[in-house]
Design a protein around this ligand. Structure first.
Ligand SMILES: O=C(O)CCC(=O)C(=O)O
Ligand SMILES: [Fe+2]
Length: 530
C-alpha cells in the first residue's frame, strides 16, 4: 500500500517514468505476444501524458488531502487497466515490485477511509471538504462521485453518521449540476436522463444507501422515507453489498478518552489553558563534542515530560529522511478483529542502526548525553546482544496518517517481541524527534495527561514509560492525531530498560516520583533559563 506514506505517494508520482521503464524491461519478453503490445501502447500513451503535465503544481496539490486522494484515485484507475491485462500472466519479481509502487484499489479505499477519519476527528463538514476547505486550508475540490464513494466507504466502516453527510453532499451536488444541465437544456430540449446524471451517479443508489444508513443508526422513519423515495424513482438498492458489511470501529471509538483525544487534536498550536502548574519551567541544556546547546521546556512533572528545541539540525533531519526513504515499509500495527482488518496506524516506517549512519549515531550519542541513559547498541547489532536503545525508528505518515492511542512498551507477546524483551527488557523511555513540522493536524496527544504537542521540526519530546519504582506508567498513553495538511515525519529513539538498570537515577526516598528525581538531578548540572 502507498496511501499510508506521503513519501511513497510522491515517489509514485515522481518516479513513474523510471517505473514504466523498468516495467518495459521486465515485460520485454512478452513483447511479441498480444499482451506485450498492449503494454507498449499503454507505455507510450502514459509517457506522452507525463511529458505534458506540470509537476510543480502537482506537488503543491499533494500537500492537500483532496490532491492526494485525486492522485491515488487517478493512478489506481489508470494502472488497473494494465493490471487486468496482465492478470494470470507469470510476472517477474521486478515487475511485481514496480507495480507495487503504484496505487491500487486498496489504496483508494484506504484513502477514502482516511478522509472519513479527518471528518470524524476534526469535526469537518463534508460540504466544505468536498470544496477543498480543510480547517481553512484551501485545495482542489472533489466531485459527486467521490462524495458517494467516500460515503460508501464510511458506511462499510460502520461510520453511519459520517456516511450520511457524504451521501447528502453527493445528492445535493448532483442535483445542482443536473439543475444547471436542465437550464442549458431548455434550449436544446432536455436530454438529461432521470436516473443517471452527467456525473455518473445514480441518485437512487445514493438515496437507498442513505436509507440503509439511517436504518443502522436506529432511525427507521427517516430510513423508510429515503428507501421509498429511491423506490419511487427507480429500483436501485445502492451498489454496496449490504450483506457483506461489517461494523468496525477505530480504537478511538472504544476508549473513554475518545472525546479528550479529539479535543486535544483540535487544539493545535494553542496552549492547553487547563495546565496552571507554576513550577513548570524552561532551561538550557548543553552537550559536548561537539558543543551544542538546546532549550528544554518541562511541560509535565508527573509523569515527567519535556520538550527539546533544535535538538538536531536541518541538515541532520534531511539526512535521516533521505536515508529512511529508501527503506520505508508499511507500519506493522494492523489488527485483525472479527475477520476485518482495521488499521490503527497509517504510516510507513523503517529502522536505522547507528552502524548504518553517522547522523543517526550522533543523534544516539546526543540522546545519551541529554537523558543520562545508555543508548549504545551492541556492536554486533541490536538483535545480537543487550543494547541500551533500539535502532532509530523513522516514521512517515500518509494521507490522514495517524496512530491510535497506545503505549510504547511491548505488550503483545509474540515470538519477536519476546526475543526483544528477553534480551533488552522493555522500552523504558521514549525520545521522539520531529523531522518535520506539519501545517495542519498531526499533533502528538496524551489524553490521560491532557497534553498535546504540535510537531516543531528538529524538536523532540521525552518521557519515561515506567515509574521510578519500575511500574508501567499508563499515564503515558498517547497518539498521533491525523495529518490534515503537510507531510509528517518523526523518529523514535526507544531506550531499553536492562542496560539502564543502574543509569536511571533513583530517588532518595522510597516513594520518590520522577519529579523529585529530576529536581535533584538538574539542580546538579543545569541552571534555569531566563
Ligand atoms: O507521531 C507521533 O506524534 C507519535 C508517534 C508514536 O507515538 C510512535 O511512533 O510510537
Ligand atoms: Fe508511541
Amino acid at each position: 500500500s502507498i496511501f499510508t506514506s506521503i513519501n511513497r505517494i510522491k515517489h509514485m508520482v515522481l518516479s513513474e517514468k523510471s517505473i514504466l521503464h523498468k516495467l518495459q524491461r521486465g515485460l520485454g519478453k512478452l513483447d511479441n505476444g498480444p499482451k506485450g503490445s498492449i503494454f507498449q501502447r499503454f507505455h507510450d500513451q502514459r509517457l506522452h501524458k507525463l511529458n505534458e503535465r506540470n509537476v510543480t503544481s502537482l506537488l503543491v496539490s499533494l500537500r492537500h488531502p483532496n490532491g492526494l486522494y485525486q492522485v491515488i484515485n487517478e493512478y489506481a484507475g489508470i494502472y488497473n487497466g494494465l493490471r487486468k491485462a496482465l492478470n494470470g500472466m507469470p510476472l517477474s519479481a521486478e515487475v511485481q515490485d514496480q507495480l507495487a509502487n503504484i496505487a491500487d484499489d486498496d489504496d483508494v479505499i484506504g484513502a477514502r477511509k482516511s478522509l472519513v477519519r479527518l471528518q470524524n476527528i476534526y469535526g469537518l463538514d463534508p460540504k466544505e471538504m468536498i470544496k477543498g476547505n480543510y480547517l481553512g486550508f484551501e485545495g482542489p475540490s472533489l466531485n459527486p462521485i467521490d462524495s458517494y464513494a467516500i460515503g460508501q466507504a464510511a458506511f462499510s466502516g460502520g461510520k453511519y453518521k459520517e456516511s450520511i453527510d457524504w451521501l447528502e453532499v453527493a445528492l445535493q451536488l448532483s442535483e445542482d449540476e443536473s439543475d444547471q444541465n436542465d437550464m442549458l437544456d431548455i434550449h436544446s430540449m432536455g436530454r438529461v436522463g432521470k436516473n443517471k446524471d452527467n456525473n455518473g451517479i445514480e441518485p437512487d443508489s445514493v438515496r437507498a444507501l442513505l436509507g440503509h444508513a439511517f436504518q443502522r443508526l436506529g432511525d427507521p422513519a427517516t430510513a423508510r422515507k429515503w428507501l421509498a423515495e429511491a423506490r419511487r424513482e427507480g429500483s436501485h438498492d445502492g451498489n454496496v453489498d449490504l450483506g457483506q458489511l461489517q461494523e468496525t470501529n477505530d480504537m478511538e471509538d472504544n476508549i473513554k478518552t475518545a472525546e479528550d483525544f479529539k479535543r486535544l487534536c483540535k487544539l493545535q498550536h494553542k496552549t492547553n489553558t487547563k495546565i496552571t502548574d507554576h513550577s513548570l519551567f524552561c532551561r538550557y541544556r548543553s552537550v559536548y563534542l561537539p558543543y551544542y546547546r538546546f532549550g528544554e521546556e518541562v511541560i509535565s512533572w508527573s509523569p515527567f515530560l519535556s520538550l527539546f528545541y533544535d535538538v538536531i539540525s536541518n541538515r541532520e533531519a534531511e539526512m535521516i529522511k533521505r536515508q529512511a526513504s529508501d527503506k520505508l515499509f508499511r507500519g506493522g500495527v494492523v489488527e485483525k478483529t472479527g475477520g476485518e482488518i482495521r488499521s490503527i496506524r497509517t504510516s510507513h516506517i523503517c529502522f536505522i542502526d547507528d552502524k548504518e549512519s553517522q547522523t543517526v549515531k550522533r543523534l544516539s550519542a546526543r540522546v545519551q548525553e541529554l537523558t543520562k541513559l545508555n543508548t549504545e547498541i551492541h556492536p554486533g547489532g541490536f538483535h545480537n546482544g543487550q543494547s541500551g536503545s533500539e535502532p532509530l525508528q523513522v516514521v512517515n505518515y500518509g494521507l490522514g496518517g495517524h496512530y491510535s492511542v497506545h503505549i510504547d512498551p511491548y505488550t503483545v507477546m509474540n515470538h519477536e517481541t519476546s526475543v526483544i524483551t528477553q534480551n533488552h527488557g522493555n522500552r523504558l523511555a521514549t525520545f521522539l524527534v520531529y523531522l518535520s513540522s506539519v501545517e495542519r493536524g498531526g499533533s502528538t496527544a496524551f489524553p490521560v495527561m491532557d497534553i498535546v504537542v504540535s510537531p516543531i521540526k528538529n524538536g523532540a519530546v521525552f518521557w519515561y514509560n515506567y515509574t521510578p519504582a519500575g511500574n508501567l506508567d499508563t499515564r503515558t498513553y498517547h497518539a498521533s492525531c491525523p495529518v490534515v495538511v503537510g507531510e509528517k515525519w518523526v523518529s523514535n529513539k526507544w531506550i531499553m530498560s536492562y542496560s539502564n538498570t543502574f543509569t536511571r537515577r533513583c530517588g532518595r526516598r522510597k516513594h520518590d516520583k520522577q519529579k523529585d528525581i529530576e529536581k535533584d538531578v538538574y539542580s546538579d548540572y543545569s541552571q534555569p533559563a531566563y
